[in-house]
Design a protein around this ligand. Structure first.
Ligand code: GH3
Ligand code: MG
Ligand code: MG
Ligand code: MG
Ligand code: MG
Length: 322
């Protein structure tokens, strides 16, 4: 009767513990070759609302990671599994970019310090010796999932911040600051490898008229459409940035002036033939193109491209000057 009472007390306490956890939405990958242990641990995790993907061998688990499995938040791995390749498995798992910071918790029977040291160095976050205390098991899982959650939050925030800091909101092209960073890097690279790059400066013709005649919203729409058209006509390695109001710049690595001219001419032609429901006249753009091999440094390449853009404006607009 005393044991019964103790057991009931234990279960009540455990229940309270599990209820403070609620980790629904988390995915745990469980690898344990003992069937009873596997079902037991799976049951404990599912009781806390966790989705468990459980396997009896490392090979099985390896096959489905990245293919049919949703993103894993925690791995619980039995050290002694039949195929005996836990170390290789951790190496493999940690080498996947998506799982670089995903915790791996090892369960072992024996307390072998040197095995533990090795696994820690390979990226394991924690050890639990069998048989384990259920309360401690839950609390360790909880602590790993909390840290994982915070890491994910930080990743998301960093991504958002870098987008905000580098992108022009209206046209979704890069901003001036980001352009300078990329262009300076390209200049260093081009100097080292004696390679060429080109700069295209472009500016919408008579944009003030468009704004004045059709309104600022139509003007904004034209800016967006122009940026979209440019993006479709440059390579992934090229960088498009909004330099000022209706002025853009394109950096084209490994590109000479003749090739850059063709790119500019293609964009010029596309824009000239674009149809805008709201506008009863052609929208046109002027271009100035310059390359590294005709200047001393980046500043000078930009200066020359800018002078050529000015010349395009002076001599009739809707043209590319090289
Ligand atoms: P040009 O052919 O010589 O380039 O003449 P332009 O009228 O295009 O050039 P100007 O520099 O006289 O005028 C540029 C106009 O661009 C003025 C400004 O109100 C407008 N502009 C700048 N940024 C934006 C923007 O974000 N949205 C809209 N709608 N207009 C903008
Ligand atoms: Mg085992
Ligand atoms: Mg203009
Ligand atoms: Mg102007
Ligand atoms: Mg302008």
């Amino acid at each position: 009767a005393d044991t019964q009472k103790k057991l009931a007390e234990f279960i009540t306490n455990l229940d309270r513990l599990v209820k403070t956890i609620d980790y629904s939405g988390n995915n745990v990958l469980l690898i344990e070759d003992s069937k009873t242990q596997n079902l037991y641990i799976k049951g404990l995790l599912e009781y806390a609302g966790i989705t468990v993907y459980s396997y009896y061998s490392l090979e099985e688990a390896k096959e489905v990671i990245n293919i049919s499995m949703p993103k894993i938040d925690l791995v619980i791995l039995d050290y002694y599994v039949d195929d005996g390749t836990s170390k290789e498995f951790i190496k493999f798992f940690k080498s996947i970019k998506l799982y670089e910071h995903t915790p791996v918790m090892i369960i072992t029977i024996a307390n072998e310090p040197f095995v533990k040291y090795d696994l820690f160095l390979l990226g394991a976050s924690d050890f639990l010796t069998k048989p384990f205390d259920v309360g401690e098991f839950y609390l360790r899982v909880r602590s790993h999932l909390r840290i994982k959650y915070l890491i994910d939050m930080l990743d998301t925030k960093n991504k958002m911040l870098s987008i905000l800091a580098t992108t022009d909101d209206l046209t979704k092209s890069y901003n001036r600051r980001f352009f300078w960073e990329v262009a300076k890097k390209e200049e260093t690279r081009a100097n080292r490898y004696k390679s060429n790059y080109s700069i295209i400066m472009l500016d919408i013709d008579n944009f003030k008229n468009i704004n004045d005649t059709y309104g600022h919203n139509v003007g904004d729409f034209v800016l967006k459409k122009l940026a979209d058209a440019i993006k479709l006509n440059i390579r992934n390695s090229d960088t498009l940035a909004r330099f000022g109001g209706e002025e853009f710049v394109i950096l084209l690595p490994e590109t000479d002036k003749e090739k850059a001219f063709l790119v500019a001419e293609k964009i010029r032609n596309k824009v000239e033939n674009m149809e805008f429901d709201e506008i009863n006249e052609k929208v046109t753009v002027s271009f100035g193109v310059a390359s590294r091999d005709e200047a001393n440094d980046l500043d000078e390449v930009i200066k020359i491209a800018d002078e050529r853009l000015y010349k395009a404006k002076e001599t009739g607009k809707n043209k590319v000057v090289i």
